[in-house]
Design a protein around this ligand. Structure first.
Ligand code: SF4
Length: 461
């Protein structure tokens, strides 16, 4: 039996005509890690059908755009890019243009209206159909296939072939979709309710990655803490903490990260699994979003600032030397000066190692887009600048505290600025530069010698 069959991968049947064998494909990805991983799977499917990758869209036989709808300017960039592809297609009439991802799922009619030269529009749960949809275009013309609410989770295969961007590091999806209803977020609408992969499938994929030489994995889910709640394994629901422990036993996998937990759902069992599983990095991304209870309630986040800080304290107490990052939205509708001051107070108290900070951008289709009292842009900008200045100062202080420490880092490749210097990443997810040339995917012990605002420098121990 082939390895693909053992793993449940869709086996490319020998009788299947690989219509595009030798054709070239190009993929451009907009958006988050989930999308980047989906693009790796789209590439895997196209290559399983005999296609080869090119880095020039204009030369490609098939151009795939994997879209994002989280931010408003993502739409503008997409339609701008589609305009330039129209000209490419006029010069190369056989070119097939394929749109997938969240914008395709949400705005299929708009995509068709604004860019009728697109050949395939497919939804967030239809990735596995990409090759069949291309075949259908050849016979029937432009085709649209998106996920419908009536679709069954069983329609979505657990395994897909993947063309990874990195040889030593890989993403592993554990859930898709989300059962929460944060009022600023489009994910539940475009990715549907949460579907967990069965733990056996996840662990088998991690074992295969370990066999292939991968040393670091990142478990992906919109809310990893609710992993398994939709599964029933002989009357028992698998827990995320159990999954972390099992992943930590896989040979060859020496570093495990995950994103994202939800502050309302993270429990001590997960922190204990992190602390007691050597391979799990002592790093946590815990999205705060706001420090104001009024705004958190309006966001439907399900926790207060006090509760958030209690969860953070619990995690820091259980996991030694825990590095914590967060997400914060500035200028949510109705945010007052007092609300924003409450956010600054939490940021000051929490002392995050780093933060992804955003200015609120209304997404059509979300409740927040229709809320009254949008904050004037100039006020949002002023608050945003103050928040960034505060967090940058904290990040720099946290970095300075690492000087003199020994960090176990994973090499990523030469630094972009100086090929004689290697860029590495610490367990706490900090960038650490070290002089020398090292192949990607090696663990090194470095003594930290200097801290900069957004990176560290170290020497080999
Ligand atoms: S938890 Fe909230 S922010 Fe995260 S994906 Fe679900 S709805 Fe969106």
């Amino acid at each position: 039996m082939s390895e693909s069959a053992i793993l449940g991968l869709p086996v490319v049947r020998e009788s299947r005509v690989q219509r595009r064998a030798g054709n070239s494909y190009f993929i451009r990805t907009f958006g988050c890690q989930m999308n980047e991983h989906d693009s790796e799977r789209i590439a895997g499917l196209l290559e399983a059908d005999g296609m080869v990758r090119t880095d020039a869209a204009a030369d490609a036989d098939v151009v795939v755009l994997n879209t994002c709808t989280i931010r408003e300017n993502a739409d503008q960039r997409l339609y701008g890019y589609l305009g330039s592809l129209k000209a490419d297609k006029q010069k190369k009439p056989g070119m097939r243009i394929v749109i997938g991802g969240c914008t395709a799922q949400k705005d299929k009619e708009i995509v068709r209206e604004r860019a009728p030269w697109v050949d395939v529009v497919f939804g967030t749960h239809n990735i596995h159909r990409v090759v069949d949809l291309l075949d259908r275009v050849d016979e029937w013309g432009p085709v649209t296939e998106i996920w419908e609410e009536s679709s069954s989770p069983d329609d979505v295969p657990s395994f897909l072939p993947t063309r990874r961007e990195s040889e030593h590091s890989a993403w592993v999806t554990i859930t898709t979709g989300c059962n929460n209803s944060c009022t600023f977020c489009i994910v539940p609408i475009v990715r549907g309710p949460e579907i967990s992969r069965r733990p056996g499938d996840v662990i088998r994929e991690i074992q295969r990655l370990g066999d292939e030489g991968v040393v670091e994995i990142t478990l992906l889910g919109q809310n990893v803490n609710s992993y398994g709640r939709d599964l029933d394994l002989n009357g028992r629901q698998p827990l995320f903490a159990d999954l972390l422990r099992r992943a930590g036993e896989v040979e060859g996998i020496d570093r495990i990260r995950y994103t994202s937990p939800h502050p309302k759902d993270i429990q001590e069992d997960v922190a204990r699994a992190m602390a007691e599983t050597t391979a799990v990095a002592s790093q946590l991304h815990l999205p705060l979003q706001s420090g104001s209870d009024r705004v958190l309630s309006s966001m439907h986040r399900g926790y207060t600032a006090k509760r958030f800080l209690e969860k953070l304290a619990m995690a820091r107490e259980v996991v030694a030397d825990l590095s914590v990052s967060t997400d914060i939205i500035v200028g949510f509708p109705g945010e007052t000066d007092d609300d924003f001051d409450a956010t600054l107070a939490v940021v000051e108290g929490a002392r995050f190692d780093s933060a992804y900070m955003f200015q609120f951008s209304p997404r059509p289709g979300t409740p927040a887009a229709d809320m009254p009292d949008h904050v004037p842009p100039a006020v949002v900008q002023e608050r945003f600048d103050r928040l960034v200045a505060m967090q940058n100062a904290i990040t720099y202080e946290q970095n300075q505290e690492r000087v003199g420490m020994i960090e176990r880092v994973l090499t990523e490749g030469p630094s972009r600025r100086n090929p004689q210097v290697a860029t590495t990443r610490s367990e706490g997810n900090r960038i650490v530069h070290v002089e020398g040339i090292y192949e990607p995917g090696r663990f090194l012990d470095l003594k930290i010698t200097r801290a900069a605002p957004h990176y560290l420098e170290g020497t080999l121990v």
